[in-house]
Design a protein around this ligand. Structure first.
Ligand code: NAD
Ligand code: FES
Length: 281
């Protein structure tokens, strides 16, 4: 049973869980995700893996309690069991299968936003463990929503924090910080990886395109089965339909049709609201 070994509140309504899942821990790679089912009444929630420990047999996830199902997950306590925990799903990040020697003189920039900061950790840790170089930008609404700062600082060359209200670090959006690093601090990057809200990834890609900077994004559309059968997670990549669960979750950000992906996300939320109101009556 997927038992909760540790629970920690990282920020208001944002919780870290270490879950006992030795088989998943043994085969997980950066970039992959799991599907969590809290109890027999809950829907399947896809969550990108934020760390794993083979010795302890644990897999870490970070959940923001926003909807009905994620609020239910957040209410679970240490020692309790979730109903189901399936994975690892999706492809690992591209760099896991690249010639690491060729990456040694490259510099990556990870751009993390809000809860999307958590899945950046295993990717940057991979860089650190293999003697590779990266900088990280964490973007958050305000200081209290900056998560995993010490963890990320320990696995990168430079960590930059940007808050929308200026309560901590740079005042502005992550996109403003990217421009400031390149234009004012003469930073040179070979590749950007961006994980966070869809709207953030869209604007990160528009920014990096101006600098011809290859950019990978981790998409988190609605998922149902997570096996490529239901089509719920379909996204348009370079005009072709792909399923984020089996073809992704990471894609070339400059080829993603973010507007249609965001429209589908909004439609799902609106349909769900209508359904809940109908169910209630
Ligand atoms: P948020 O709204 O606080 O945004 C985080 C940062 O993104 C901001 O501080 C800002 O720097 C940047 N940002 C936001 N809008 C922007 C814009 N228009 N232009 C440029 N930069 C912008 O983030 P949150 O509330 O923590 O986000 C939650 C969302 O993240 C949820 O929708 C969740 O589904 C998603 N998420 C995605 C992944 C993933 O794998 N892609 C993982 C976890 C969470
Ligand atoms: Fe069903 Fe991807 S979640 S096809």
């Amino acid at each position: 049973m997927p038992k909760i070994l540790r629970k920690k509140e990282l920020a208001p309504n944002i919780y870290l869980f270490d879950i006992y899942a030795p088989k998943i821990a043994a085969s997980a790679k950066p970039g992959q995700f799991i599907i969590l089912i809290a109890d027999k009444y809950s829907e399947r929630i896809p969550l990108t893996i934020s760390d794993y420990n083979v010795e302890r047999g644990s897999v870490q996830i970070v959940v923001q309690a926003s909807g009905e199902s994620t609020k239910k997950i957040a209410a679970f306590e240490e020692g309790e069991n979730f109903k189901d925990f399936v994975g690892p799903l999706g492809h690992a990040s591209d760099f896991c299968d690249m010639d690491l020697e060729s990456l040694k003189d490259k510099k990556y920039l990870f751009v993390a936003g809000g809860v999307g900061t958590a899945p950046v950790y295993p990717q940057a840790k991979f860089f650190k463990d293999h003697g590779l170089h990266c900088d990280i930008i964490i973007g958050a609404k305000s200081k209290e929503f900056v998560i995993l700062e010490d963890e990320l600082k320990s696995v990168c060359d430079n960590l930059y924090i940007a808050t929308d209200d200026g309560s901590y670090g740079f005042k502005g959006l992550v996109t403003d910080k990217i421009v400031a690093l390149i234009e004012n601090e003469n930073k040179k990057y070979d590749h950007v990886v961006s994980i966070g809200p869809m709207i953030m990834m869209k604007f990160v890609c528009l920014t990096t395109k101006k600098y011809n900077l290859p950019t990978t994004v981790s998409l988190n559309p609605i998922m149902v089965d997570g096996t490529g059968m239901c089509g719920a997670c379909r996204v348009s990549i370079d005009g072709k339909t792909k399923f984020a669960c089996v073809d992704g979750p990471e894609f070339d950000g400059h080829l993603v049709d973010f507007d249609s992906a965001m429209k589908r996300q909004r439609q799902y939320i609106n349909n769900k609201k209508t359904k809940t109101i109908k169910d209630h009556h």
